[in-house]
Design a protein around this ligand. Sequence first.
Ligand code: NAD
Length: 496
Amino acid sequence: MSDLVRNFIGGQWVEGSGGVYASINPATEETVADISSASPADVDAAVKAAKEAYKEWRLMPAPRRGEILYRVAQLLTERKDDIARIATQEMGKILAETRGDVQEAIDMAFYMAGEGRRLFGYTAPVEMPNKFGMALRDSVGVVGVITPWNFPVAVPSWKILPALIAGNTIVFKPGEDTAATGAAFVKVFEDAGLPPGVLNIVQGAGVPGEALVTHPGVRIISFTGSTLTGLAVYSKAASLGKKVTLEMGGKNAIIVLDDANLQLAVDAITWSAYGTTGQRCTACSRLIIQKGIKPKLMEALIEKARSIKIGYGLEDAVQMGPLVNQRALEKVASYMSVARNEGVKIVAGGERPNMDKGFFFEPTLFDGVTPNMRVAQEEIFGPVLSAIEVGSLEEAVEVNNNTPYGLSSSIFTENVNAAFRAIRDLSTGIVYINHGTTGAEIQFPFGGTRGTGNGMREAGQAGLDSFTEWKSVYVDYSGRLQRAQIDNEDILGKLE
Ligand code: NAD
């Protein structure tokens, strides 16, 4: 990796004028790379480059655009390990997880490459003879992509790839903690032959982010991050008439009913709660347990939580890395006193492990949590799981739905009737049966209800809605003004 990570604007890797900061390895606290931040002037240059490139890119036939994305998929496959290593160094999750992160981008690249020969619109019968009607997906223009650090390759790919195949151009601002990973991802597009200016990257935190959100040349903002930042971005962008897609926080739950397969549930809960150090938007942070199975389940989970090997994600056998930075560590640690003050029992973890360096925190399990406590309502974003006891499926569903967020939920049961009732009644964007809360596939819509989003979805066909506008086309091939247009009042009324 080069010493200084630059911005990619109009096909050139250039230094920004927003200063330089260090991207820190959260396991070793060493500098991974120095990052050259973009100023608002650099963001302006990137938007101008994207606007210029849009003129040609929108006209390139979508199957040709798809061929470039296919090369992106191939190059990502070749560089999977290298990019994953950079991501582990920058944000801390273990190599198996960062490889999975890159794999999601590979899947999305192949999927969207194929979309180059679909991008389906539709036709429908029309009211007049000798007339034809169709609805087409049209590109929109320059898209501002703002992403977090926790899935530094997958999340940008869910936005960049559908936006590109639809004919838009992009200015991408990655999370400031994963700037080098973002640059390595963009380099793949450059090497795959994407024309200059079609995809630009600007580095830094809130300043370039805000410049992108408020830039008049940006037509769409696609944001993933915290609810606090997302809502601020939403109000600014909306007041400027921009289209906005928001993917924000979560407080996801797994329900375990008395008849569940215990071993299956234990494994899934452990991975969902402590995988990626609990820093996935779909991480399970609430465990809603029916009374009968609770003692056995808690016993098994305590044992599992205590057995997890914590360490540097590039080392073999490590199962859980550090939190992303000092701020995140302080936030997670602060919830231990919140829990104690609320009368919660910390039955596993609750401390920083004894390690020389790094922002590590033990896998933590809370018992005796009630649904309205802060620890059951607020996104802690760390390896912290709150156990809530319930008496019935109905109560479990009510507890599940009672948070400001609505991303992912899951139920473990062997009863098919209970499973289908849960599918009907769990009010989250994603529902799993006998599976943890994580593991979404790119061909299905991804996103959440309530405070998690604004009704839009990423991935699958639904993901194209964020980056296209419908254009309805009417073709009159009668060669004359049709009498019916004049005579028929029903139709006349519609001539607007
Ligand atoms: P964050 O909100 O702090 O930052 C997200 C992005 O916004 C970063 O690129 C940041 O630099 C940028 N930003 C900060 N201030 C800005 C401003 N004023 N204007 C424009 N951009 C600005 O979030 P984070 O800590 O990077 O990520 C963690 C959060 O992301 C969690 O809440 C998690 O649940 C959420 N997340 C959600 C999903 C999802 O799909 N729902 C996926 C991954 C992460």
